[in-house]
Ligand binder design. Structure first.
Ligand code: SF4
Ligand code: SF4
Length: 716
């Protein structure tokens, strides 16, 4: 796992009256335990991975509370877990990154929302929208509306987040509907404090088991003809019940202000941004008291028509602050005000952008535009507008000042085992030419960036092989689909491999077997070398493929560039029809380094021998054409000025962050590059043999007139 959560696990034990300090997503984790959950599940993905990671590490505490934790193989499995709450009074929570995870979970969610639940269910969504996001830019709002699930969007402060998480279970039980709690990236990582409560045991759990199965009730199945009744229940009973609960518990907030001719309606998750912008425009104090009234929708769906009308009554205009498209809130507010025959003007998109995150500059200029448009009494609009202009005036100069900085796209870690595979593809392309490459989600998607620029499409996690299904029969060469081991278990096994074999497809599948779902923080998966409880589960990709009927299967060490390039060429040229799978085997270097560094530090403490392998470039031989860099992209392989005054071009150099993965040597050999790379061993606490070898080496170098102080192999 990426990091240890020992401290956070202790915080989960806090009792009534004690103060919890920490991140938003960990506060949610504590709120789940305070709410008496019986089960928790999820699929990793930033920004909510920590919820499942902490739960996994807190197994002793969870055992005391009887909470079951499931590390699901995908989001659909996590959503299906919530089925436990359809028949039994079990509270459960699941989590994943949205929108992509919600897409995967959509079938189970629809079939959960249709019969509804008895036990409270909370779906914690890491809403990956806006700057810093890593997935397609869509919002989860549509899923809530289409399936009649309620969507909480709490103000990003810990007491509100925790309160809403706890109330979410009650809301779910009061209305018999699943509840979603969305947290944007910054809300997940916002730090703060709240007063803790005691943790609670679930009514039923692994400590207090359900004695009998539920009475058979066909109404709990989303089948005909009951789903027609479910649809009616959703609209005519659950929706009004939810609205009554939200109103009675005051889940939305109204922040009053003296300039109440106008108002702002804002989603809870964006309320702090609005308050901060108002403060910078001198229309709010630093404690969050605005001069313009705010209606904060901590519940994004459903809206409460009566509450909305009360807020808008007497106002000339309201501004809707809602990122992204469609403008769900703006449309809903417009309709409700029309129904209520209120002629409050509804403004939003147009003054604020229709797409993308509302950054601080956009918020400032959007609010200023709203005030310029509506000119409320008591506000010196001209000075607000000029203040907004002043606050953003430095931006063009700042942008111009950094315009010449090189962009820094995300890239593989130093020594990553996936980089050599793409170097091998580049080398193989010299013989077999370019072909269509279906890329996938995972670290290997960095190959779509320089220096590799490999990958024609990404269709979802584990979907690369499936996305090549229609390319293969129409393409002159075999397409290559690239998938990680995480993607293989998430979806690729069924959607890709089984489907290809079932349809007697052709093509090449390259599976990066690095042992973990690395991009999300090194969580374990079915074929990991260890599991969350210690021993490996024993599942293997290779065995699974053989059992399914894959006949052409090779496993190649990912750092063996020449062998990998040869195997790729063999797969592309093979006369055999059918799927050809190459497993590129190499442990995630980040995990390896975290393990090896600790082991090495312990050995050094005990004054034991430790060898670090490093690569280097001989300045005098390097031609400066940088082909090695174009085939590697390792951040530790860079350039420096040539020490030769007669050569203007910079030479390649390896900086000390090199972990000695060996790719430099492999690439130089496989691509027949200049012989400027050397491999050195840095020996700590050398033994007698090391010293003898070192002395002998220096002597030989001196005999041949070399400089022994520049000998690559040395002992320390
Ligand atoms: S996390 Fe692991 S697999 Fe991902 S880029 Fe880094 S070394 Fe490679
Ligand atoms: S050997 Fe080369 S590719 Fe490997 S870590 Fe060192 S510089 Fe990077």
């Amino acid at each position: 796992m990426e990091r240890s959560f020992k401290k956070e696990v202790e915080a989960l034990r806090l009792g009534a009256g004690e103060i919890f300090h920490g991140e938003g997503i960990l506060a949610v984790t504590k709120a789940l335990l305070q709410s008496g959950v019986s089960y928790v599940g999820g699929y990793q993905g930033a920004p909510v991975s920590h919820l499942v990671d902490v739960m996994v590490e807190a197994k002793d505490l969870l055992a005391e509370l009887g909470v079951h934790v499931e590390t699901c193989t995908n989001e659909a499995a996590a959503a299906a877990m919530l089925g436990a709450s359809i028949n039994y009074p079990l509270r459960g929570a699941v989590t994943w990154k949205s929108i992509v995870g919600t897409n995967v979970a959509a079938d189970a969610l629809s079939n959960l929302a249709s019969p509804g639940v008895i036990g409270g269910t909370l779906i914690v969504l890491g809403e990956d929208y806006g700057e810093g996001a890593s997935v397609v830019q869509e919002r989860s709002h549509a899923f809530a509306m289409k399936s009649s699930m309620w969507l909480l969007d709490p103000r990003p402060n810990l007491p509100t987040i925790v309160h809403l998480a706890e109330k979410g279970f009650e809301l779910s039980e009061a209305s018999h509907a699943p509840v979603m709690l969305e947290l944007r990236i910054r809300a997940c990582h916002v730090t703060g404090r709240f007063e803790a409560k005691n943790n609670r045991r679930g009514f039923y759990s692994s400590l207090e088991r359900i004695p009998e199965p539920a009475r058979f009730d066909y109404a709990r199945i989303s089948h005909p003809p009951l789903m027609f009744a479910h649809e009616r229940l959703k609209v005519e009973e659950r929706l009004p019940a939810a609205q009554a609960f939200i109103a009675a518990n005051g889940l939305n907030e109204i922040l009053s202000g003296d300039c109440d001719e106008v108002g702002i309606i804002v989603l809870g998750g964006l309320a702090n941004n609005v308050l901060r912008a108002l403060a910078r425009l001198r229309l709010a104090d630093l404690f969050g008291h605005p001069r313009i009234p705010l209606y904060v929708l901590n519940v994004a769906y459903p809206l409460l028509p009566d509450e909305l009308r009360r807020f808008c009554a007497g106002k000339r205009a309201v501004l809707i602050v809602e990122e992204g498209w469609p403008d769900y809130i703006e449309q809903a507010v417009t309709v409700e005000l029309h129904r209520a025959d209120l002629n409050t003007q509804v403004l939003g998109k147009g003054l604020l952008p229709r797409t993308g995150e509302y950054t601080s500059d956009l918020m400032l200029t959007g609010l200023a535009s709203f005030l310029r448009e509506t000119r409320p009494k008591g506000v010196d609009v001209d000075s607000v507008v000029s203040r907004a202009q002043e606050l953003v005036a430095h931006r063009p100069d700042a942008a111009a000042a950094v315009a010449n900085l090189p962009t820094r796209p995300p890239a593989f870690c130093t020594g990553c085992p996936e980089r050599p595979v793409f170097a091998a593809i580049k080398i193989a392309e010299r013989d077999i030419g370019r072909t269509h490459i279906s890329a996938d989600i995972g670290c290997h998607s960095f190959a779509t960036m320089p220096p590799f620029n490999l990958g024609n499409s990404i269709l979802g996690y584990g979907m690369s092989l499936a996305s090549a299904a229609a390319v293969a029969p129409a393409f002159v060469k075999r397409p290559i689909a690239i998938m990680g081991d995480g993607g293989f278990w998430h979806n690729g096994l069924i959607s890709g491999v089984a489907s290809n074999l079932f349809n007697k497809g052709d093509g090449v599948l390259l599976i990066m077997q690095n042992g973990y779902t690395s991009a999300t923080g090194q969580q374990f998966m079915p074929s990991s070398p260890v599991s969350r409880d210690g021993p490996a589960s024993g599942m293997s990709i290779e065995k699974t493929l053989r059992v399914l009927g894959v006949n052409w299967l090779r496993t190649v060490r990912s750092y063996s560039v020449a062998t990998m390039a040869a195997t790729l060429k063999e797969a592309m040229r093979s006369p055999d029809s059918g799927l050809k799978v190459i497993i590129a085997d190499g442990e995630c270097q980040l995990v390896r380094q975290r393990r090896v560094r600790v082991e090495d530090a312990r050995r050094l403490e005990r004054r034991k021998r430790v060898v670090h392998t490093r690569f280097g470039v001989d300045d005098e031989i390097c031609t400066g054409d940088h082909s090695c860099i174009r085939l590697s992209g390792c951040p530790s392989l860079t350039v420096k000025p040539s020490p030769d005054p007669l050569r203007a071009d910079p030479v390649a150099t390896v900086i000390p962050s090199c972990v000695g993965c060996g790719l430099c040597g492999e690439v130089a050999h496989a691509a027949v590059l200049c012989p400027s790379f050397y491999r050195a061993e840095l020996v700590h606490n050398p033994n007698l043999w090391d010293r003898l070898r070192h002395g002998l080496g220096r002597a030989v170098i001196r005999v041949f007139g070399g400089r022994a102080d520049r000998a690559p192999a040395r002992a320390s």
